[in-house]
Design a binder for this molecule. Structure first.
Ligand code: MG
Length: 255
């Protein structure tokens, strides 16, 4: 990895699970601009969910529909801000639902959520992580190859494409832009991402990889030690996985 000098971290506590400390906004800009300088004739790998895209509005829509179905006024008012992580229980608590009632509701909510969240229709509700579309477009302008690698399954390709288009990302299928998705909804995200490493190794050299999931950014770090491996400190699966040395954490793509 070409070392990038003078990166400074925020004066905050480490993330208790990943050990991540995000860069300051000035250092984030510096890092992103340095990566852009080496993007030409290189490949940049981008995860989608919680890396380029914020899924909280999608979760809020599903929660509101669930609230309407079950006539639960607190849930009908669900907003993206109620979702600070992937836990529906935490979101319900933030909406003021009692812990005893959450136990009951969550059992009903999980299958309701699962049927909707992983569909083309619902991924239309996602929004950009700040600066994400502009950064990926800048990579494209520099002549870099963009490889979106997502744990979304092929059944979500149409909705994913239209969401990327709506949010002004470079479109899969255009020159030097590809979208790798899980062939099967039930394949684990971890296995899929490991299997894609082989394919990525056949492309132009990997200049940078971005992913919010510690397990995945760690696997990029191991497979591509010369790349800038950048962790998005947004949210993650809450598994006890520490980031490997050399991985840099940022919170957005604002340049
Ligand atoms: Mg992700």
């Amino acid at each position: 990895m070409k070392s990038i000098k003078k990166l400074e971290h925020q004066q905050v506590q480490k993330d208790p699970i990943t050990g991540a400390i995000p860069l300051t906004s000035t250092s984030t800009k510096h890092l992103l601009n340095e990566i852009l300088k080496s993007a030409s004739q290189s490949t940049l790998v981008f995860d989608l969910d919680s890396t380029l895209l914020n899924n909280r509005p999608r979760n809020a829509v599903i929660m509101r529909e669930f609230g309407e179905l079950h006539h639960e006024p607190l849930l009908i008012n669900a907003e993206a801000e109620h979702f600070q992580d992937w836990s529906a229980r935490n979101a319900m608590a933030a909406m003021g639902v009692s812990s005893q009632f959450i136990e009951h509701l969550d059992k009903l909510y999980q299958p309701f959520w699962f049927e909707r969240f992983f569909t083309s229709d619902y991924c239309q509700h996602d929004i950009n992580i700040p600066g994400a579309a502009e950064f990926v477009a800048a990579v494209s302008e520099q002549g870099g190859t963009i490889c979106y690698v997502t744990g979304r399954h092929e059944g979500m390709r149409a909705g994913t494409q239209s969401s990327l288009e709506k949010l002004n990302f470079p479109m899969p299928g255009s020159k030097n832009v590809m979208l790798l998705m899980k062939p099967d909804k039930h394949q684990s995200d971890d296995l899929f991402k490991v299997l894609t490493l082989q394919k990525l190794g056949t492309l132009d050299p990997i200049c940078a990889a971005f992913d919010n999931e510690p397990t995945h950014i760690n696997s990029y770090r191991t497979a591509f030690p010369n790349a800038n491996c950048v962790h998005l400190l947004t949210d993650h699966s809450m598994r006890e996985v520490k980031l490997l040395n050399g991985i840099i954490s940022i919170q957005n793509f604002i340049r």
